[in-house]
Design a protein around this ligand. Structure first.
Ligand code: 5GP
Length: 200
């Protein structure tokens, strides 16, 4: 049975396990695709261009901005991040679902655009669902960021301050999931997807 295509917007402070959750979802749902964002930040060791992000210079990012290629963009931790419109429209038109991993500012822009500028029949609006992933606690978030070993201490401090600001806006989302136990958080996300896409 063909299920309803979803347009899922997910946000979480970095270190909340969001990438792990998204990877699991992509394995579980073959019709779900990940929106690869553009970013001006440098790749981390484990990251690949065209898979995790489209890594690019500020100059290229500006070109795409001038071409109106972004559904939204935002400056996060001193770098620019943007969501390309084209792939989202293509995937939804094919009847598949898209998942976005964007910050709260970007999510607010997308939510406003979808709810106020698109007709209810548009696939982006008809399939829209947004979720905020909470860390178990600030202490745990700090431990995870430090344990990851990828960011300098000042970057971690900036991410933690940013996390508090993001968590203060969690109520704007249709759903919140706390990732204190990966299996439980994952199950909750699967339940949400199944319910919204009429997979039950
Ligand atoms: P990171 O550098 O850890 O990969 O991501 C930092 C933050 O940028 C995360 O909160 C992530 O959700 C956000 N982000 C990633 N891609 C986009 C995007 O295309 N737009 C916006 N607004 N935020 C993004």
């Amino acid at each position: 049975m063909k299920t309803k295509p979803l347009f899922i917007v997910m946000s979480a402070p970095s270190g909340c396990g969001k990438s792990t959750l998204i990877d699991l979802l992509l394995q579980e749902y073959p019709d779900l695709q990940y929106s690869i964002s553009c970013t001006t930040r440098n790749p981390r060791d484990c990251e690949e261009d065209g898979i995790d992000y489209h890594f690019m210079t500020m100059e290229r990012f500006r070109e795409l901005l001038d071409q109106d290629a972004f559904l939204e963009y935002a400056k996060v931790h001193d770098n620019y991040y943007g969501t390309l419109k084209g792939p989202i429209n293509d995937v939804l038109k094919e009847g598949n679902s898209m998942i976005l991993d964007i910050d709260v500012a970007g999510a607010a822009k997308v939510r406003h655009y979808v709810m106020h500028h698109l007709p209810p029949t548009d696939p982006m609006r008809a399939g829209y669902v947004d979720v905020f992933i909470n860390p178990p606690s600030m202490e745990e978030l700090r431990a995870r960021l430090e344990g990851r070993g990828t960011d300098a201490p000042e970057v971690i401090e900036r991410r933690l301050i940013n996390a508090e600001g993001e968590m203060a806006r969690a109520h704007e989302y249709m759903h919140q999931v706390t990732n204190d136990d990966l299996t439980i958080a994952y199950k909750r996300l699967c339940d949400l997807i199944d319910a919204y896409s009429n997979r039950m």
